[in-house]
Structures are given as structure tokens and as C-alpha cells.
Design a protein around this ligand. Structure first.
Ligand code: MLT
Length: 327
């Protein structure tokens, strides 16, 4: 037997003698890749990086974010679902790419309930309807009138079919009964830069991304997507109270591993996540960005599994009823 084979045989037999629990305790022994299926600088990326930084300290190994944007997040999710289930490739993604887009694609390259192991919820985000600074409409009523009058030239930004910004925009457009041109991006990070420079008219995006630009006066907020106003934007009405009754969209984001990842590894990752979510500095930072921080019982793998199913049950029929044709 060649020396290399002798070594791997010796390593295998040594490992065979080690109970699974002890092997998981050794995990992780090298950096972990966390796939974010959207461009850098957007909401999914921002939330992933805040949590990964603290989780890296807890696990004693770096969690390295890899942005794999495109096709509304489906390219990145498919890459994570196909990765080796050894705990060294994870996914941080939201309910758009995992639940809503089941209604929007004829054929998805993954089954979010079968191909992924839930690790834990990272946070739930309200959305905000934001418009370019010089759009003439000053409130939601004027906005609806403006978009109706300008249907041929009005444009809204979004991060691809099935993105959160797509869901937010299509529910809004469906309630306004308008058909408006979509401007797709690999993420709402780059889309936001273009809204600030006035290259399209509006976007519905997660507060975590848009709050700093609203507060700096570079874009204007006309409504929030929750049924309660946000403490960070007390003067901005909810879209529901401002006239589009029943409009309500919030976006959850969570960590997942490829199917087949061991329970021990999932538990270790979950424990790191729950520690990060309990950290006072992280909680303060997330709360400033309007992220609803999950309680430990809301951040378990089983809670995330149930949340995924509930989102599929709620949004797939809702989006189908809005008349959007799958592609
Ligand atoms: C979305 O619209 O799905 C997100 O904002 C994408 C992103 O994180 O950039």
C-alpha cells in the first residue's frame, strides 16, 4: 500500500473509533463558507455579516460570506443545496428564494424543504416603500395616482424574480392595479445605489438596507409594509393605513445547511447562532436596523422548518392569486 493510502486508512480507522458527538465537538476545524444568494451590500448580506462575525468568535473559525447573486437568489441557493453536507458550506437566505418563488418559477433547481436542513432563524425584517428623492408624489395617495398616470414610463427596482423586493413590489403593484416595468438587479444593494441616483422610481425593500439612505435624505419613504409603524420612522404611515388596506409583507432570513448535514453539526451551528442573537451589542445593532431579533425558541431548526412551511402555505397561493405567471 502506498504511504498516502496507509495514512488515510489510519485516519479513517482512528475516526471510526471516535463517537459522532466527539467528532462534532471538534467541528469546525477550518473556515466555513456562508453563501448569500444576492450581491454584497444589500439586506441579506448585511444581516449575514453581522451574525457571522459573532458566530465566528463563538465557533473559533471564520464564517466567510460568499455572494452568489443572480436569478432572484436561485443560483446561490442551488449552489448551497448541492454542496457537500459537511458543515463547511452554509446558506443564509430569505423566504423569497425559499418559499415565494415556488409560485414564480416553472422549475426550480432545488426543493427548499427537501434539499436543505434548517439551522435557525436570523431575523425578520419589515420593508419600506422608498422612492427617488425627486419623485413628485409626497404621500402614498399621490404615489398611487402618479404611478397610474405614468404606467408607460414608471419603473420599479427589484432583486430578480422571487426576491423579497419582487414580492413587496408585485403585491403593491397588484393592489394599485398597475403594470409597471421591472428593473432587475443581483441584489438591492446595487439597486439602492441606482435609486439614490434617480435611475428608477421606486422599490419596496427591507428596512435594514434602506434606513440609512432614508435618514440621510437621499431617498424618501412613503409607507412601511407592517401593520404597525416603525419606531425608526415614526412619521411614515403603514401602507395599510395610508390606503392600500391589507398590504402586509415581512421577510424572514435564516441559516440552512445542505441536506445530509449531521444533527450534531446543525446543533453546534444553531448554538453559535443563538449565542450571537443573545449578544447585547448584536441585538442593539439589529434593533437599530429595525430587524426583529428571534427569541431562542424561535431560532431552533424545527421552528425554522415550520416557518418555511408556513410561508410556502401562505405565499404560494397568494402570489398565484395575484395573477403572476411562473416563468
Ligand atoms: C431581495 O430583494 O430579495 C433582497 O433585498 C436581496 C438582497 O439581499 O440584496
Amino acid at each position: 500500500m502506498k504511504r498516502r493510502h496507509l495514512l488515510s486508512a489510519a485516519a479513517a480507522s482512528a475516526l471510526a473509533g471516535v463517537p459522532l458527538g466527539a467528532r462534532a465537538q471538534a467541528y469546525p476545524t477550518k473556515p466555513i463558507t456562508v453563501i448569500v444568494p444576492f450581491a454584497a451590500g444589500g439586506p441579506t448580506d448585511a444581516l449575514a455579516r453581522i451574525l457571522c462575525q459573532r458566530m465566528s468568535e463563538v465557533l473559533g473559525q471564520q464564517l466567510v460570506v460568499e455572494n452568489v447573486g443572480g436569478a432572484g437568489g436561485t443560483i446561490g441557493v442551488a449552489k448551497a443545496a448541492r454542496a457537500t453536507p459537511d458543515g463547511y458550506t452554509l446558506l443564509f437566505a430569505h423566504m423569497g428564494t425559499l418559499a415565494v418563488n415556488i409560485a414564480l418559477y416553472k422549475q426550480l433547481p432545488y426543493d427548499s424543504q427537501k434539499d436543505l436542513e434548517p439551522v435557525g432563524l436570523g431575523g425578520t425584517n419589515p420593508m419600506v416603500l422608498v422612492v427617488r428623492k425627486d419623485l413628485p408624489a409626497r404621500n402614498l395617495g399621490e404615489f398611487v395616482a402618479y404611478v397610474k398616470e405614468n404606467q408607460k414610463k414608471a419603473q420599479y427596482g427589484m432583486a430578480g424574480i422571487g426576491a423579497a423586493s419582487h414580492l413587496g413590489g408585485l403585491m403593491l403593484n397588484s393592489m394599485m392595479k398597475v403594470d409597471v416595468l421591472e428593473v432587475p438587479y443581483k441584489g438591492t444593494g446595487p439597486a439602492l445605489n441606482d435609486l439614490v441616483s434617480g435611475q428608477f422610481d421606486y422599490m419596496v425593500d427591507q428596512a435594514v438596507n434602506v434606513l440609512p439612505q432614508i435618514q440621510a435624505g437621499n431617498i424618501r419613504a412613503l409607507g412601511v409594509s407592517t401593520l404597525k409603524r416603525l419606531p425608526q420612522l415614526p412619521d411614515v404611515p403603514t401602507i395599510d393605513e395610508a390606503g392600500l388596506k391589507g398590504y402586509e409583507v415581512t421577510i424572514w432570513n435564516g441559516f440552512f445547511a445542505p441536506r445530509g448535514t449531521s444533527k450534531e453539526i446543525v446543533a453546534r451551528l444553531n448554538q453559535a447562532l443563538v449565542t450571537a442573537l443573545g449578544d447585547e451589542k448584536i441585538r442593539t445593532r439589529l434593533t437599530e436596523l429595525a430587524v426583529e431579533v428571534p427569541l431562542p425558541q424561535e431560532a431552533t431548526p424545527d421552528a425554522l422548518r415550520s416557518q418555511l412551511k408556513a410561508s410556502i402555505d401562505k405565499w404560494v397561493p397568494t402570489v398565484r392569486a395575484a395573477g403572476v405567471k411562473p416563468q
